[in-house]
Design a protein around this ligand. Structure first.
Ligand code: ADE
Length: 355
């Protein structure tokens, strides 16, 4: 699996990582290394997303039978659910190589052209955060996706010529947390579009036990389900918590991850029984205490929390919305009655009239 990224982008990610000490599902360099070592390689090893796997297998088998490359595929959904992993599984099942990059690493036209010029027949090109592609890169992608060619310009001024250069037939897999932020023309060029769903507790328990066996951590059935229940439906978080709980079990007990050890360790990490961490609770408390439960604009929330909009929108909100703890309204974010209940807060009389 070839991973292509610019140094500039790596630096940006690193400086963000250093300031973060929580369980948010955003991907760090550390995750990337760890995840690469535990990534499932086949559909059989890949847990969850059963409906998506079933339809994908049909598309894959059909293109194999016709000896064609797979149609371009767009995967969308919250971070940490396994979009990159799935791209690797697809490439492996097709018996081809996968080149991995992300839109922020494709800032200059030559970044993308360089990759497209070296892609081989049938190969998978995975572009993460594809909604962040700039206009120029998008324009380069259109003929590459549609006609498997790229337009190259030569000469200057009046003697400028555009040459259409053919490239091998490849499969683009785009991943995004925000399908709505993709331009219409780009979205329309994907033959297959799928959403990844949050995992249920049984699926996450399987993920945790699978990872535990790879990293040789001893875990009981209810130890795994305790971690699963606090992992916000997200394998990346489940795997991260597993490692923290393993540390706790090593230092405070006999190394075995039991239910009791998992509870003690996760309580210490301030991950509550629904998987909310300090930032989630701070976000909801802020809306309740400072803005009478909302609605409050996202910009105001971000400024007060010291987080950027993308982190709040892509990392924190999807799970809080899924749990029904917050609501998005045209006038901003509100904490729902379920959110108040979770925090043990009383709904003010002015808010009560609004629900
Ligand atoms: N590790 C992370 N995601 C996984 C998945 N969906 N299946 C198996 N192991 C995983």
């Amino acid at each position: 699996m070839a991973i292509i990224s610019s140094d500039k982008e790596n630096e940006k990610t690193k400086s963000k990582e250093n300031s973060r000490e929580n369980i948010a599902p955003c991907e760090t360099d550390y995750d990337r290394c760890f995840e690469n070592s535990i990534r499932p390689k086949t559909f059989n090893e890949y847990i969850g997303q059963s409906q998506l796997k079933e339809t994908l297998k049909i598309s894959l088998d059909a293109s194999k039978q016709r000896q064609e490359s797979l149609d371009h595929l767009l995967l969308y959904g919250p971070p940490g659910l396994g979009k990159t992993t799935l791209a690797g599984v697809i490439a492996n099942e097709m018996g081809v190589n996968v080149k991995i990059t992300s839109a922020p690493a494709l800032e200059r036209p030559r970044d993308l052209i360089g990759i497209l010029m070296t892609v081989k027949t049938g190969e998978v090109l995975f572009i993460d955060e594809i909604h962040r592609l700039n206009k120029v890169a998008e324009e380069i992608l259109y003929p590459a996706m549609e006609d498997f060619s790229i337009d190259r310009t030569t000469g200057k001024g009046q003697s400028t010529k555009t040459l259409r250069v053919p490239i091998p037939k490849f499969t683009l897999i785009g991943a995004t947390t925000k399908a709505g932020a993709l331009s219409g023309p780009l979205r329309d060029r994907f033959g297959i579009i799928h959403r990844l769903e949050f995992y249920n507790n049984d699926e996450l328990s399987f993920v945790i036990k699978r990872t535990a066996s790879i990293i040789a951590a001893k875990i009981t059935e209810d130890g795994a389900s305790t971690i699963a229940s606090r992992s916000r439906g997200t394998p990346r978080i489940a795997n991260r918590l597993l490692k923290r709980v393993r540390d706790y079990a090593t230092v405070k007990a006999d190394g075995i991850i039991t239910k009791d050890i998992a509870i003690k360790s996760l309580d210490l990490l301030k991950v509550d029984h629904q998987g909310l961490d300090t930032t989630d609770r701070d976000l909801m408390k802020l809306i309740i205490e400072k803005y009478d439960g909302g609605p409050v604009g996202i910009d105001t929330l971000c400024a007060a929390l010291g987080e950027d909009i993308r982190t709040i929108e892509d990392v924190y909100e999807p799970f809080l919305l899924q749990m029904g703890f917050i609501q998005r309204t045209p006038r901003g974010r509100k904490v729902s009655p379920a959110g108040y209940k979770h925090l043990g807060c009383k709904i003010s009389s002015s808010q009560q009239n609004l629900f």
